[in-house]
Structures are given as structure tokens and as C-alpha cells.
Design a protein around this ligand. Structure first.
Ligand code: SAH
Ligand code: SF4
Length: 386
């Protein structure tokens, strides 16, 4: 018997580079390397294309009306500026919006827009699909890391939100999207290169133009990367602290075993550019009977002494199978009062979008959930016993 090798299957098309994930320099170089633009015209063309993509928000080279027709055709042969697929869009009764975005097979990203946060509204973006860290109170932590997102995939989350909010052109007045927080899925400091490029793109004055002071990167405490984050991005820093002693933090945020609280605090004190106008935000999830006593509030005050800081108290958001309960309201208020009295602004974060599982720590992409339901179908008894 003879077999024929079907080569048409082997030769998979390489997906074209999405130009909206390239920094200005990267874009200029890509245009030259792709043979789309001669080197002496590259800077000027890159500027034009940049404005079309990030200022006007176009998704088709054909709309770049001041670029020569044959150049547009050449660009479309090699590159893309298309948006990824939106698998699901949900709107909470409180106005929070959540998108499930698929950028490639198996790569599903959750992004959340929260109105009335920051100057007008904040977008919570993901930096990874899943997470390698297993914080015990976090839904994302139960999903294994699929992979780091590219800069294009981070920028795409902002573009999708801007499409939905009708936020183009980027310099329009009364923008609904004023702030960006890297508080979605994943640990941004394990993907610092892509996060840095995304920040360069998102903050560029001739583009989406969200100031670096309105972009906050939240980390569970990857101490060796803190200085690099500050130097490379000038982003605002948020630290997921959640406990004031190593024993408890080891349990809640297992990364603490690698970088214990004393090291973390030293790293934070050295964060470039800290001042009273640029404070660190400490995130503290309120877990009933776990970390919410007045003694712990006082321990937190002692830990933060001398650091320009504010504290964000996050009522725990439950998710299916979560092992904790949220502290009661009076307990959270007592905790906040101790911090406030010591001079630390400590707003209690109102849970938003809980009805669509869009609140902090509830994100976990659909790809997993679909697999889980398929599993249930296949072996209902095993799943029920688990
Ligand atoms: N990995 C980064 C950024 C994403 S998590 C980090 O850990 O900082 C964003 C914030 O949501 C973190 O402060 C995280 O601790 C918090 N969070 C996670 N699960 C939560 C939950 N179930 N309820 C409330 N906040 C949660
Ligand atoms: Fe990862 Fe942050 Fe969730 Fe911890 S809290 S598991 S670091 S996403």
C-alpha cells in the first residue's frame, strides 16, 4: 500500500502581524522589513499609520485615505489591523461591561470596563491567560497558565472596549475610558516586555493617549521586577498584600514564600518615582475571620509607615467553589477606620459586576468553563464527587 503525504496540511499559513501591537520603532522597522514602505519614507508612513490605528481606530487599511492605494494594498498583504473575535459581551445591571475575546484558538481573554472609576471609567485588562500563581482566594489562580499575552493582545482589549464605548477618535472630549488597571487575569510582572510595549502604545500622545499616571499595574509581589517596572513604564504601582505576616501571606499568596513581606516592602520603598502625588496602592481583600481583625489593621498601619500609600479594601468576591466568605460590612468599616485614622486613605472598593462574574478575582476564561461542562457531560458522577 502506498501513502501520499498531504503537504497542503503541513504548510499552515502564518498569521499576519497585527500592527497595533508594535511600538513606534517596531512599527517603522516592520514596515521596512515587510517591504511595504521604502526606508526613507518609513518614519513618516509609520506616523500616519499610527494615527489611523490609535487615534482614529480604523480596522481596515482601505480607510487610511491619505496613504497611497498601492501602499495600502501592500500593507494588507503582509499585515493586519483587524480586531480579534468577541466571543461574548455581557453588561451588568450596574453598568459594568465584560468581554470575552478570542485572539487565537484556545486564547480567550476577559476584559472588564467599570464606569465611574478614576476620572470617568477604568478598564481592567489581562496580561496572561490563566496564572502560574495560586492565590487561594482568586478564581484565575485555579486556571493553569495557558500563555503570556502579546502586546497586541493587551492593546486589543483596549481597542475592543473603545469600539463598544464609541471612544474613537481617541482625542474626543468626555472620554468614558480614562484609566487602565492591569488587574485582570494573570501576573503582569511575569510578562513585563509585553506590558512595557503595551504601555508605550496606550500612553502615546498621538494615539490612545491614556497618561501613564492613569495606568496602574497590580502585582502579587514579584520583587526582582519592581524596579524594572518603574523604570521602563512609569506606571502606578499596586501591590496585592492581603496579609501582614508571612505565615498568613504564605497561605493566601504562595509567592510570598519566595519573596517574603520584608523583602517586598523594601522593594516597594525603592520603587522609582514614589511621592505623595504618586502613591502605591495596597490591595487588601477582606476575608471573613481570616485577615480582617482590628489587630491586623494596626499591623498594616505599622507596615506602611513612611510609604506614600493608600489602601484599597476589596470585599471578597465569591466564585463557584471558593473557600472563603466576605467580611461583614461593619468589620470592613472598622478596619477602614483604623487605617483612615492613621492617615491612609482607604476606600472600600464597591463590588462591581458580580452578577456577570466580572468583579475582582472572578475572571477565568470561558475556554476552561466549556471544558468543565464538557467534562461534566462525559462523567457526571465523577464531577459531582470531586
Ligand atoms: N496578578 C495580579 C493582578 C491581577 S489580580 C495581582 O495579583 O495583583 C487583581 C486584584 O484582584 C488583586 O489584588 C487580587 O488579589 C484581587 N483578587 C483576586 N481574587 C479576588 C477575589 N475573589 N475577590 C476580591 N479580590 C480578588
Ligand atoms: Fe494570579 Fe493575581 Fe490571581 Fe494571584 S491574585 S492567582 S497573582 S491573578
Amino acid at each position: 500500500m502506498t501513502t501520499t503525504l498531504d503537504l497542503s496540511r503541513a504548510a499552515k499559513p502564518v498569521s499576519p502581524v497585527n500592527l497595533s501591537g508594535l511600538t513606534r520603532d517596531g512599527l517603522r522597522q516592520a514596515l521596512i522589513d515587510g517591504g511595504a514602505v521604502p526606508a526613507d519614507k518609513a518614519r513618516m508612513r509609520a506616523s500616519q499609520i499610527w494615527r489611523w490605528m490609535h487615534q482614529a481606530g480604523v480596522t481596515d487599511f482601505a480607510d487610511m485615505t491619505d496613504v497611497a492605494k498601492e501602499t495600502r494594498a501592500k500593507l494588507a498583504e503582509t499585515f493586519t489591523i483587524a480586531r480579534p473575535e468577541i466571543v461574548e459581551r455581557q453588561v451588568s445591571k450596574d453598568g459594568t461591561r465584560k468581554w470575552l475575546i478570542r485572539t487565537a484558538p484556545g486564547i480567550e481573554i476577559e476584559t472588564v470596563y467599570i464606569p465611574d472609576v478614576g476620572r470617568s471609567g477604568a478598564l481592567c485588562v489581562s496580561s496572561q491567560v490563566g496564572c502560574t500563581l495560586n492565590c487561594t482566594f482568586c478564581h484565575t489562580g485555579t486556571q493553569a497558565l495557558v500563555r503570556n499575552l502579546t502586546a497586541a493582545e493587551i492593546v486589543a482589549q483596549v481597542q475592543v472596549a473603545k469600539d463598544d464605548l464609541a471612544e474613537w477618535p481617541s482625542d474626543k472630549e468626555d472620554r468614558l475610558l480614562s484609566n487602565i488597571v492591569f488587574m485582570g487575569m494573570g501576573e503582569p510582572l511575569y510578562n513585563l516586555d509585553a506590558v512595557t510595549d503595551a504601555l508605550d502604545i496606550l500612553s502615546d500622545n498621538e494615539g490612545i493617549s491614556i497618561s501613564r499616571r492613569r495606568i496602574t499595574v497590580s502585582t502579587s509581589g514579584v520583587v526582582p521586577q519592581l524596579a524594572a517596572l518603574g523604570e521602563r513604564t512609569q506606571a502606578m504601582l499596586a501591590i496585592s498584600l492581603h496579609a501582614t505576616n508571612d505565615e498568613l501571606r504564605n497561605e493566601l499568596v504562595p509567592l510570598n514564600k519566595k519573596y517574603p513581606i520584608a523583602e517586598l516592602m523594601a522593594g516597594i520603598r525603592a520603587y522609582p518615582g514614589l511621592s505623595n502625588a504618586r502613591r502605591v496602592t495596597f490591595e487588601y481583600v477582606m476575608l471573613k475571620g481570616v485577615n480582617d481583625s482590628p489587630a491586623e489593621a494596626r499591623a498594616l498601619v505599622a507596615l506602611l509607615k513612611g510609604i506614600p500609600a493608600k489602601v484599597n479594601l476589596i470585599p471578597f468576591n465569591p466564585w463557584p467553589g471558593s473557600p472563603y466568605e466576605c467580611s461583614t460590612w461593619p468589620v470592613i468599616e472598622t478596619f477602614a477606620a483604623i487605617l483612615n485614622k492613621a492617615g491612609f486613605a482607604s476606600p472600600i472598593r464597591t463590588p462591581r459586576g458580580r452578577d456577570i462574574l466580572a468583579a475582582c478575582g472572578q475572571l477565568k476564561s470561558e475556554s476552561e468553563k466549556v471544558r468543565a461542562s464538557a467534562r461534566r457531560k462525559a462523567a457526571p458522577d465523577a464531577e459531582a464527587a470531586a
